[in-house]
Design a protein around this ligand. Structure first.
Ligand SMILES: [Zn+2]
Length: 348
């Protein structure tokens, strides 16, 4: 008997562009959202967008509440959950950078309520994906945002470093899909050509437009936001982070443990991509060149990380997620091989 089955969950509505934040209420109505709204934001992002979203929703007839949080920790997920229950929230909105969106995403999953993603920066592809990361860990499952409101006028005001980091996170798809194809061949891991193609295409769009991605230009955000959202969509097709997260992400997660809070997630993944592409015998110089043009870090000193920590992270990387087979294999790199790889690719 034929018994194959697969489910896919996607965002239902995406608004991207100039001043789309003003249409948040319109989106909530279109999506049929009822009940009280809980806006999860931070102290800085509240001023940039959180307060505005509150006003817009109240004007549109919703009863909006606002909760301010700090980092993406389990305590903050619990805090938001408690408030959501107290105010009987019908839906949640994550307004901020990665951590506010991640907390809203995880809380929405636990209380089984819909969630809207409103990024104020574009530092990684989590704004449109079902994945969330809690401090010190690898990514965990949240819920796919029902709607995404990506206002380019707001995002362009975030420090440029964040946008460059978002580009690097999408460029890292190029090694992630190679790792995935390898795991498919060697381990018979299930593989989706459509997810892999979409993921790779998102990275190519950023690479091809690297010249046009510059600080202070709203058009740059416009160029980046679409591939960033499509990168998230590739995870929705695959039902996992596989198309966007391979050995280069393992390297970044290892760095998080060895040298925490030194560089941004996407920045670390970008540098990881240069090295992992070398292991894959791919065009690592092309990656390095594009990252440089965009203004993302390409070596240890630009990441603010010690050379020996890069080597340590390379050696540790294959041990981070045993279920994720990559070019690093089962045993990973020896310290000598790691140092050689980092030197050849000019990371150290
Ligand atoms: Zn990432």
């Amino acid at each position: 008997m034929f018994q194959k089955a697969k489910t896919m969950v996607f965002p239902r509505q995406v608004f991207a562009g100039h001043r789309v934040i003003e249409r948040t209420g319109e989106m909530c109505k279109y999506l049929g959202l009822n009940g009280n709204a809980l806006i999860v934001t931070g102290s800085r992002t509240k001023k940039i967008a959180g307060k505005k979203v509150e006003e817009i929703l109240n004007d549109d007839g919703y009863n909006a509440h606002l909760v301010e949080i700090g980092a993406a920790t389990n305590e903050n997920v619990e805090k938001v959950k408690k408030i959501a229950e107290e105010i009987k929230a019908g839906f949640l909105l994550g307004v901020g950078g990665g951590s506010k969106i991640d907390v809203a995403k995880l809380c929405a999953k636990e209380i089984k309520k819909p969630f809207i993603s409103i990024p104020t920066s574009a530092s990684h592809d989590g704004v449109a994906s079902p994945k969330a990361s809690i401090k010190g860990g690898v990514s965990v499952d949240g819920v796919v945002p029902l709607g995404i409101v990506a206002d380019t006028e707001i995002i362009v005001k975030a420090p440029y470093r964040m946008l460059a980091s978002g580009c690097a996170d999408v460029i890292s798809n190029l090694t992630a899909v190679k790792d995935w194809a390898l795991a498919h061949k060697l381990r018979n891991e299930s593989f989706s050509t459509s997810a892999s193609t979409l993921s790779e295409m998102s990275a190519r769009v950023i690479m091809e437009n690297a010249d046009r991605i510059k600080p202070g230009l709203e058009e740059s955000v416009w160029i980046v936001i679409k591939p960033l959202i499509e990168s998230g969509a590739s995870m929705c097709i695959a039902g996992s982070s596989r198309p966007t997260s391979g050995s280069e992400h393992l390297f970044s997660h290892a760095l998080d443990r060895i040298a925490p809070i030194k560089a941004l997630h996407g920045e670390q993944c970008g540098v990881g991509t240069i090295m992992m592409m070398h292991l894959h015998h791919g065009d690592w110089e092309e990656i390095r060149y594009a990252l440089k043009k965009i203004g993302a870090p390409v070596n240890a000193s630009q990441l603010g990380i010690k050379k020996e920590d890069v080597v340590k992270a390379l050696v540790m990387a294959n041990k981070i997620r045993k279920d994720r087979y990559t070019i690093l294999g089962d045993n990973g790199l020896s310290a000598d091989a790691a140092e050689k790889l980092a030197k050849i690719t000019e990371v150290i």
